[in-house]
Write a protein that binds this ligand. Structure first.
Ligand SMILES: Cc1cc2nc3c(=O)[nH]c(=O)nc-3n(C[C@H](O)[C@H](O)[C@H](O)COP(=O)(O)OP(=O)(O)OC[C@H]3O[C@@H](n4cnc5c(N)ncnc54)[C@H](O)[C@@H]3O)c2cc1C
Length: 511
């Protein structure tokens, strides 16, 4: 799917960041199969661009392959908070990885934060960066207790925090924490700034190049995309989730998250980043987009393809209207992120892959800082340099006991879909009952079909079997995509892959 200004995006809804931004500025790549690159970076989001720039500046000959256009993935659909705290609290990190692990995690978050800021300063990136106070507030006794734990955990790892006297929110709260010196920015303006710096340093970006295959031998990796093959000494999968079946399918769960940008009648917008502690949670911040001040409110996360996205938007809007006088909804969008079973990201040598094939995934909702610091870890690994966080985030780390119950929960769910989706017939509606503009998995002559009827009444029929691990896809009515409930692969109405881990599209079914 493409915006009016030719920016590609991974669903029907355009994020506020994609609106009004000029199309990509990548160089057209003249395929020279004889070049041996020092490093191929697969994926042009915050992780890929940051890593590529670090390596190119370190004198390495690098190339980025992006399946769509730079910023197509979750970096184009993020809410772009930059924080010193994370979804996995420091207390949780301590209980799973010990005091030292929690301290390193905090250091990594801070380093990611600092790397964003130094890139903005060094490359003079005009990306609406602003420093703001952050507030987390509790609404009942149980949350008060959790808040106290966040306070203690943060202090223990040296993160500045205090109990807030007042929070700029209309929501009644019991107590709150204040983290000074948080930040926000425009993620795609930042990405374009990195892109410019990378190209200026001699880097190459191939857009519309989806890597589908990687062969390795004699220390050289050959990556194949349609009509293109790239040879490199090292490969980084900066694809948010590495493609195809891999160990991360069982260690990270895909989640869909929602954001709305609204105009307020009062014209008064909070000058802060504000979060509640509900499950799923809400957050609120302000951003001026295209000259208009807007309130960004997000949250209501759920496992991909497990709940109704239209209901999520309706619930989010209801929540916003309960507390704010809204004059209009300007943008609404959703995107996907991955929750790791034990709370920390997986960054480093990819398990079961050839030496020198690296990846980074499982950032939870903290990929601005964790994507940036992962880029530093991966670039250090490529450069043969030691990195303080490499062991903590290593994908081959042993799973701590605490993560085990969560691991079982996530995978019981996946196992259910593996089996149930293929044995039970959930939908028996005939094709005729599909309304224009909607899709459904239906059964026709005993065969399941993912069918979408377009506005002209034409049926687009696909195999509903996800090409990644053979689960059955679900219709996402808001983004008009087919989403897999097992590992989060997503496809457009013609079956083209929008989000991995699948690399092959859903086959078309013709009558
Ligand atoms: C709604 C929402 C709000 C969020 N808010 C925040 C926040 O406030 N702060 C924060 O820190 N984090 C936040 N996050 C998380 C953060 O946005 C992500 O973790 C981060 O953007 C991931 O960046 P990435 O570069 O790793 O992946 P992506 O941005 O997804 O980039 C991966 C790229 O790889 C490409 N790709 C995939 N497969 C292939 C292939 N085979 N060949 C070539 N290219 C390929 C894709 O097209 C894509 O462009 C949020 C996430 C969501 C969903």
């Amino acid at each position: 799917m493409t915006t009016a200004n030719n920016i590609q995006r991974d669903g029907e809804n355009e994020s506020a960041w994609q609106a009004g931004l000029n199309a990509s500025i990548s160089k057209v790549y003249d395929n020279k199969a004889d070049i041996l690159y020092d490093c191929l970076i697969v994926g042009g989001g915050i992780t890929g661009l940051t890593a590529a720039l670090l390596l190119q500046n370190a004198g390495k000959k690098t190339i980025i392959a992006e399946a769509h256009s730079v910023g197509f993935g979750t970096t184009g659909g993020t809410s772009a908070h930059i924080n010193t705290f994370a979804d996995t609290t420091y207390k949780q990190a301590e209980s799973a990885f010990g005091e030292e692990g929690a301290q390193l995690f905090a250091d990594a978050i801070n380093e990611g934060f600092a790397l964003i800021k130094s890139n903005i300063d060094d490359y003079r990136i005009d990306c609406d960066y602003e420093s703001k106070p952050g507030y987390i507030y509790a609404e009942d006794e149980k949350q008060d207790q959790q808040l106290d734990e966040i306070y203690e955990g943060s202090l223990k790892v040296g993160i500045a925090v205090q109990y807030a006297e007042q929070v700029p929110t209309p929501v009644p709260y019991t107590r709150a924490l204040q983290f000074d010196g948080q930040a926000q920015f425009h993620p795609l303006k930042y990405l374009q700034g990195l892109q410019k710096a990378y190209l200026a340093a001699g880097g190459i970006i191939m857009e519309n190049t989806k890597i589908e295959k990687l062969d390795s031998g004699d220390g050289i990796h050959v990556a194949e995309a349609a009509g293109v093959s790239v040879r490199a000494k090292k490969v980084i999968y900066a694809t948010h989730m590495p493609p195809n079946i891999n160990v991360f399918n069982f260690e990270c769960a895909p989640y869909r998250s929602y954001v709305m940008a609204v105009k307020l009648k009062s014209g008064k917008y909070p000058d802060a980043l504000i979060y509640d502690m509900q499950d799923p949670y809400h957050y609120v911040r302000t951003h001026t987009i295209e000259g208009q001040q807007l309130l960004l409110v997000g949250g209501l996360d759920h496992k991909t393809a497990h709940e109704d996205p239209e209901k999520a938007f309706a619930d989010l809007e209801k929540y916003i209207r309960k507390y704010y006088q809204v004059s209009s909804v300007k943008y609404q969008w959703s995107s996907q992120y991955y929750i790791p079973v034990d709370g920390l990201p997986y960054v480093g040598q990819m398990p079961f892959a050839a030496d020198g094939v690296y990846c980074a995934t499982g950032y939870n909702g903290n990929g601005m800082m964790l994507g940036s610091v992962s880029a530093k870890i991966l670039s250090d690994l490529v450069l043969g340099k030691a990195n303080a966080y490499a062991d903590l985030f290593s994908p081959s780390r042993l799973k701590p006991i605490d993560g085990f119950s969560e691991f079982v929960k996530e995978n019981a769910d996946v196992a259910y879909h593996f089996v149930a989706d293929r044995i039970n017939i959930h939908e028996t509606d005939s094709l005729q009952r599909i309304k224009p503009g909607t899709g459904k998995v239906v059964e026709v002559d005993g065969e399941k079909i993912a069918a979408y009827r377009d506005e002209d009444g034409v049926i687009h029929a696909l195999s509903p079997v996800c090409t990644h691990a053979k689960c059955i896809v679900n219709w996402n009515s808001s983004e008009k995509t087919w989403d897999c409930p097992c590992h989060g692969a997503r496809y457009d109405i013609d079956g083209t892959v929008l989000t991995g881990p699948a690399t092959k599209g859903l086959p078309k079914i013709t009558g």
